[in-house]
Ligand binder design. Sequence first.
Ligand code: AMP
Length: 289
Amino acid sequence: MDLIRCRGELKRLDSLRGLDPLCFVPTMGALHAGHLDLVKRAKAHGPTVVSIFVNPMQFGPGEDFDRYPRNLDDDLILLAPLGVDAVFVPAVAEMYARPDGVSVRAGARAAGLCGARRPGHFDGVVTVVAKLFHMVRPDIAVFGRKDAQQCLVIEEMVRDLAMGIRLLDVPTVRADDGLAMSSRNRFLDAVDRGRALALSRALGAAHRAIEEGERGIAVLEDLMALELADVDVVDYASVLSVPELERAESASGRLLLAIAAHVGPTRLIDNLVLEVDGNIVRETPLLEG
Ligand code: AMP
């Protein structure tokens, strides 16, 4: 597993370019089973590069950039057995050489949900992902459905800027009790860990209601809100159309059930993507692939 720390060393990735597509999994480290599923999916397609970079541009003032968990040694131990070919671990100065450098502005899909709650967040995400794409030059990039809006915002960038990279999304990996795996779960104490289950419970309640025939968006959002009564702040609990992320008129077609909520000092998100076709309701990928 080749550890690449600076742009000059990226030339070594050329040895991985061949018949199979070069695959890329961008992460912020503090890896868990969710990240590892992305890597396994990537490896099924071809040689795989993982990046680990806590991107300051996607954190707002007062958010958790400084305390975001960083443990490169543990991350490398998790990646090595998966046959990862290279790990790119740039320093902040490597990614942002000039404070007033060129950046990318996210498109319409970034307007609501986390984009509304975290101004500038998705501009930071697409800027760093664009830079990483240009540095790694992958054929395929793999993202987690847990960050559903992020997947769609990146897809919009790749389409609008004609980047020609195939995007795949991987289902959310959950703990046995339903909590979506997240690097931020380590901030939850035992009480908050219990309260955090409200997010997956709320998605489950809305999912079940749709399976039982409920099609009213307001009813479904109320159901989710009810399950979230015990968390500290609910940023949103919404049902939106995919891929536009606009308010759905009724629960049919492709839908995103999206929740962000604060549990103690920790902000968590969880998402479910459903295809509702008449009476048939099933989980579905977010990206065309
Ligand atoms: P992060 O390190 O949190 O920026 O996440 C890196 C990638 O891993 C993103 O594409 C996330 O959507 C994905 N990811 C994070 N948590 C999960 C999870 N529980 N299941 C699947 N993918 C995940």
